[in-house]
Design a protein around this ligand. Structure first.
Ligand code: PLP
Length: 400
């Protein structure tokens, strides 16, 4: 990949080859153009950049460390390293783009941030950003996820956000996106829809990627400092794909780094029992952009499942869709069962309780380490598992 990659992708209309773009009603297109223009001028301003740098260091606690897993490497082979986004303030990578989006909103004079949330991590991160900047915040969340991710619901409320329960359809992430879009359409002048991943209409997949690039920039430098080399393999879980784009972005130009995006294989590959969009989906339009999608016979988004609420989305970022076709990234999947085993394994062998989303990437690292015991593996540990404790223990029990 050339050095011009970030200049060429997306193109000026938001396309990553055939994917991305903005398939939205005209009045929303006007708003997206305004956001795009504001982002282009603001993101180049010294004031914006230095304010964001300051926030990352003093508020978020960046840089997050890279950690070598001694016991896991001994057991599975390979040299396994983790980029510790679980140590980013609020416990996941999401604050990286939320602080960027909220700072942009402030510069644009917006009063209120609106968003959807799956596991509640994006909602918590955005509510945190809203509190920091003194903006209002409204979070749409499926009722199933509200029950499953109760501690995060409490966090959002404590932070001053309004949580809107979504009770139609499967009552999970996809419906929450629909509901948040509707709310935003009612007042796009004073509100801004802060998308929670590298998805949605242009310019969001580009902006969210750019705000997440800090993960890859830090990780590459830290890994090199520790080992004198680049990692042989980089692994990240893929829901919409923001933590994966964040870390992959620093390694795309190196042919010698193998990149792996891991999706949830759930309970089985039957429709409704997984969210392996790349493995089983086909190109289509969802939520205003083109990407790989899981669809039913009528062409509507198919029902999806994963034990990780942050991964159960029937679409995926347009940039990932392009990278799959270009074979720059290998996309594979991990089952619920493998995810739970990895969740306990990382907890008991290294003292780090991962988010269920991140445990998908960890589980894949074990497989890869067994296959290539001489290689190094850098995993993006996208978040911590506190939010998942009750659900995991109640559903699966403690291991022997
Ligand atoms: C939301 C979330 C994800 C999935 O989102 P991406 O945009 O694919 O990164 C992964 N891990 C954690 C901890 C999350 O909260």
């Amino acid at each position: 990949m050339s050095n011009n990659y970030f200049k060429n992708f997306p193109d000026k209309d938001g396309f990553f080859n055939e994917y991305g773009g903005a398939f939205i009603p005209p009045h929303l297109e006007t708003e997206m153009n305004k956001i795009n223009d504001a982002y282009f001028s603001i993101s180049k301003s010294h004031k914006f950049i230095s304010e964001l740098r300051n926030i990352r260091k003093h508020f978020q606690g960046r840089p997050t460390p890279v950690f070598h897993c001694n016991r896991l490497s001994d057991k599975y082979g390979g040299q396994i390293y983790l980029k510790r986004e679980d140590l980013n303030h609020t416990g996941a990578h999401k604050l990286n783009h939320c602080m960027g989006e909220a700072l942009l909103a402030k510069y644009m004079g917006k009063k209120k941030l609106i968003a959807e949330t799956g596991a509640g991590q994006h909602g918590v991160a955005l509510a945190t950003a809203a509190a920091y900047f003194g903006l209002e915040c409204e979070i749409h969340m499926g009722e199933v996820d509200i029950v499953k991710e109760h501690p995060n619901v409490q966090r959002m409320k404590i932070l001053g956000a309004t949580v809107i329960p979504v009770s139609h359809g499967l009552k999970t992430l996809k419906e929450a996106v629909d509901s948040a879009f509707e709310a935003y359409l009612k007042d796009p002048e004073t509100t801004i829809y802060c998308i929670g991943s590298v998805v949605g209409p242009h310019p969001f997949p580009m902006m969210v990627r750019d705000f997440q690039r800090v993960v890859g920039i830090e990780a590459k430098e830290q890994f090199f400092e520790m080992t004198g080399e680049l990692p042989d393999n980089v692994i990240a879980c893929v829901g919409g794909g923001s933590n994966a784009m964040g870390i992959f972005s620093a390694f795309l130009e190196y042919e010698e780094c193998n990149l792996f995006g891991i999706e949830p294989a759930g309970k089985s590959f039957k429709t409704g029992e997984h969210a392996a969009t790349m493995a089983l989906g086909k190109p289509g339009v969802i939520h205003g952009f083109k990407c790989y999608t899981l669809q039913d016979e009528e062409g509507n988004p198919a029902p999806v499942h994963s034990i990780a609420s942050g991964l159960d989305y029937p679409g995926v970022g347009p940039e990932h869709s392009m990278l799959k076709d270009l074979k720059k990234v290998t996309y594979d999947s991990i089952t619920d069962k493998e995810c739970i085993d990895a969740f306990y394994e990382l907890s008991r062998l290294e003292g780090i309780i991962p988010a269920l989303e991140s445990a998908h990437a960890i589980a894949y690292a074990f497989k890869l380490a067994k296959k290539n015991p001489k290689q190094s593996i850098l995993v993006n540990l996208s978040g911590r598992g506190d939010k998942d404790l009750d659900y995991v223990v109640d559903t699966f029990g403690l291991p022997e």
